[in-house]
Design a protein around this ligand. Structure first.
Ligand code: GLY
Length: 353
C-alpha cells in the first residue's frame, strides 16, 4: 500500500493545490454531502484548480453509507466521463471519506483520491489509513477495501463550526489514541477544556493524534498485527452501534466507541491487569461527556450476536484488543460469553443503569 501524505494545513488553498499537484489527472470530481455542500464547498469553489470540478452531492449521515449511494456515485462518475486518470476529492466526514474512498478504489479498478475531512472523527481516524467501505446487511463497514488516499488534507478551521456531538464523537477516537500511546497524551486529553475550546491547542492535539495513527498504519497497513491496536473499544462499540441502528435510535460512531472503551477497559482490568484507577478515570470522563447508551440485560444476547459478526474475528472467537496499561497493547485477546455478559453488567452498573 502506498504511503499517503497527510498535510496539517495552514492554508486551505495552498494545501489543496499541493495535493492536486501530486496527482496527474484529466478531470476532478468532488464528493460532498448535503451538509458539506452548504458549509464547506464554498471554501473550495474559489480555488482556480477546482473551477471545472464536477460536484457529486449525496445525502448526509451514516444511514446513507449504503450500496445504493455507492451505485449513485459510480453512476455519476460514469455519466460525466470519469476515467482511470480522474481524481476524486472527498469533502466531508467519515461517511463521505469511507464511501468516496471505496468508490474511487473500485471505479474502473481504481482512481486517485484526496480526502479533505471536515469533522474531528474523519480528521483523526476515518480519512487516514486507507480503510474504505460501506455498511451492509445492518453491519457497519461490512464491505470495503484497503485503499489509501493519495493525500489527506487536514484543516482544523472546519472544526470551528462543528456541533458538540460531532466534536465529542471525534474526541473518542483521540482518547483511544491516548490510551494506546502514552500516559502524558492520555492525561492531556482528559484535562483538555472542551467547554471553551482553544483551537490552536486543539490543532496540536489533532496533529499528535493523527501521528499516532499514521505511525501504527505504516507498521501494519493491512491490519495483520499492531494495527489492531486501533480497534480498542470497537468490538463492543460496533455492537452498540449496530443495536442502535437496528432499534432506530442511531448514535454517532464515536459515542459507541467511548462506551465500547469503557467495556473493553473493564475486560483489560479483569483479564490483563489494566490499572483500576486509570479505568475509573476513563469511565468518569466518558460518563460525564458521553452520557449513557441504555441497554438492559435482555439485549445481551443480541449484542453478543453482533460481536460474533465482527469482521475482526477469526473463526467463532470474538477478538478484542486490550491494554495491560496505557500504551501496553495486547492484541488477539478473546473472551467467552460469561466474560462478555459480566463486562456488560459492569457497563450498566458504572453508567447507573
Ligand atoms: N479505525 C481503525 C483503523 O483505521 O484501523
Amino acid at each position: 500500500m502506498n504511503k499517503q501524505e497527510v498535510i496539517l494545513s495552514e492554508n486551505l488553498e495552498s494545501s489543496v493545490k499541493r495535493a492536486i499537484g501530486r496527482c496527474a489527472h484529466d478531470k476532478i470530481f468532488i464528493l460532498t454531502d448535503k451538509h458539506t455542500h452548504l458549509l464547506c464547498m464554498p471554501q473550495l469553489i474559489g480555488i482556480p484548480e477546482l473551477h471545472t470540478a464536477i460536484e457529486i452531492c449525496i445525502e448526509a449521515d451514516d444511514i446513507s453509507k449504503t450500496l445504493d449511494t455507492l451505485a449513485h456515485v459510480w453512476q455519476v462518475l460514469s455519466d460525466k466521463g470519469a476515467t482511470r486518470h480522474s481524481l476524486l476529492i472527498n469533502l466531508g466526514g467519515g461517511m463521505v471519506t469511507d464511501l468516496g474512498g471505496f468508490a474511487a478504489a473500485t471505479f474502473k479498478r481504481g482512481l486517485n483520491y484526496i480526502n479533505i475531512p471536515t469533522t474531528l472523527l474523519a480528521m483523526v481516524d476515518a480519512s487516514v489509513g486507507g480503510k474504505t467501505g460501506i455498511n451492509f446487511n445492518g453491519l457497519k463497514n461490512e464491505v470495503g477495501v484497503f485503499a489509501p488516499a493519495d493525500s489527506v488534507l487536514i484543516d482544523t478551521n472546519f472544526l470551528r463550526t462543528l456541533d458538540s456531538y460531532n466534536f465529542f464523537s471525534g474526541y473518542a477516537e483521540m482518547l483511544k489514541h491516548g490510551l494506546i500511546s502514552t500516559d502524558e497524551h492520555w492525561n492531556e486529553l482528559l484535562a483538555f477544556n472542551t467547554e471553551q475550546i482553544d483551537y490552536s491547542y486543539l490543532k496540536s492535539l489533532v496533529g499528535h493524534s493523527v501521528h499516532i495513527k499514521e505511525d501504527i498504519v505504516l507498521q501494519d497497513p493491512l491490519e495483520h498485527g499492531i494495527r489492531k491496536a486501533l480497534n480498542l473499544g470497537h468490538t463492543v462499540g460496533h455492537a452498540f452501534e449496530s443495536l442502535a441502528l437496528a432499534e432506530k435510535r442511531p448514535v454517532l460512531h464515536g459515542y459507541a466507541v467511548a462506551w465500547g472503551i469503557v467495556c473493553e477497559l473493564y475486560l483489560s482490568t479483569m483479564n490483563v491487569g489494566f490499572p483500576k484507577e486509570k479505568l475509573r478515570k476513563t469511565v468518569s470522563f466518558v460518563k460525564e461527556n458521553y452520557g449513557t447508551f441504555y441497554i438492559d440485560c435482555d439485549k445481551y444476547d443480541t449484542l453478543y450476536d453482533f460481536m460474533q459478526h465482527d469482521k475482526k474475528n477469526v473463526g467463532d472467537t470474538i477478538n478484542f484488543t486490550l491494554l495491560e496499561d496505557i500504551g501496553k497493547i495486547v492484541i488477539n485477546q478473546t473472551a467467552n460469553k460469561d466474560n462478555i455478559f459480566e463486562m456488560l453488567d459492569f457497563y450498566r452498573e458504572c453508567m447507573g443503569l
